[in-house]
Write a protein that binds this ligand. Structure first.
Ligand code: ISE
Length: 334
């Protein structure tokens, strides 16, 4: 079966998803590219040879010639669009966050549970990254012993705009770390503290968080959206018997002028290209079988990451340790 895919939102990530669907995913046909900026939708559709394009998202969600949808439109549209698509029985890959509003996450979960079947996969693509997969395997095989700590660094070259805040670092960038730590350790986060050093200029300073888990582990997360030197993500998982770290893959090394250098990517699209491809291929399996893939993030995971982020913003403002108040996990997500 060829899956006809619509990509809603043709900005940075939407354009990348469209390209991946068109070029790297067997059994997928890029049926529709949608963006409220019609010229942008047209440009992405032309570049990817999509069948059609539109500037009307509401109409796009209702089209009969679409089997599955990738949502990469602005964050505030994620919850309403996913709810419309659940009601239509479509399978959806929704870029993170599911929503930044906790009540909206709960609403989407309720709508999905009412159908009795999973409909949404949340785009926490790091679950498909080789380095994190190796960490998962090392833990599962007992090589590390009991996991004690996970350290994370998440650095961007520069913020997309100057009004970017510490709270946005927590709600926009850090959810990747919240999700991957929960996924690898198989735990929920119980508390969080958040701190910021002082920069000498007026761009947003790094945010450093310490999370406690319900299995008494510690997770540290540094998000530095103005790291200045490149896109850099690192992690180390420390157990009682050993530790495992991500290792940056360098395809080449430049030796010149008495020094040696490897390049950094400018942003996540290059760094995580293979990971997005693996995720989007897994999404096709979900569309075809209706079974949420083992690695995929569910709406529960989307809710959990959003809730930790929401609590993290509170901790940043209060300066004290804040408790993450989760609902009981519905049996549907067991
Ligand atoms: C950004 O906000 C994202 O959404 C990307 O997925 C992430 O990799 C990047 O570092 C974030 O800042």
């Amino acid at each position: 079966m060829v899956v006809r895919v619509a990509v809603i939102g043709a900005g940075v990530m939407g354009a990348d998803h469209a390209k991946i669907i068109a070029q790297d995913v067997p059994n997928a046909c890029l049926q529709l590219v949608c963006d409220m900026d019609g010229a942008r939708a047209r440009a992405v559709a032309d570049a990817t040879s999509a069948v059609d394009c539109t500037d009307d998202p509401e109409a796009a969600l209702l089209r009969e010639d679409i089997d599955a949808v990738i949502i990469a439109s602005p964050d505030f549209t994620h919850a309403p669009y996913t709810k419309t698509l659940i009601a239509r029985g479509k399978r959806v890959l929704c870029e993170k966050p599911l929503s930044q509003k906790i009540d909206e996450c709960l609403d989407v979960m309720a709508a999905e549970q009412a159908t009795g079947a999973p409909h949404i996969m949340v785009g926490f693509m790091r679950r498909y990254d080789r380095a994190y997969l190796d960490m998962r395997e090392a833990l599962a095989k007992g090589v590390l012993g009991r996991a004690l700590m996970m350290h994370n660094f998440h650095r961007n070259l520069a913020t997309p705009y100057s009004s970017f805040t510490g709270a946005m670092a927590i709600t926009n960038s850090a959810p990747h770390e919240f999700d991957i730590a929960r996924y690898l350790l198989g735990v929920e986060v119980t508390t969080i503290t958040a701190h910021q050093p002082r920069r000498s200029d007026d761009v947003v300073a790094p945010v450093v968080m310490v999370l406690e888990t319900d299995d008494d582990q510690l997770v540290t997360v540094e998000v530095n959206n103005n790291a200045a030197y490149g896109y850099d993500v690192r992690a180390e998982l420390v157990g009682e018997l050993g530790s495992i770290s991500t290792n940056k893959v360098a395809h080449s090394r430049l030796d010149a002028r008495l020094s040696s250098a490897i390049r950094y990517d400018e942003d996540w699209r290059g760094h995580y290209h293979d990971t997005y491809v693996a995720q989007n291929r897994d999404f096709m399996g979900f569309v075809q079988t209706g079974i949420l893939p083992e690695a995929a993030a569910s709406t529960w995971d989307g809710y959990a990451a959003a809730l930790v982020a929401d609590t993290g913003v509170r901790a940043l403002h209060s300066g004290v340790k804040e408790r993450v108040e989760m609902i009981k996990k519905p049996a549907f997500y067991a």
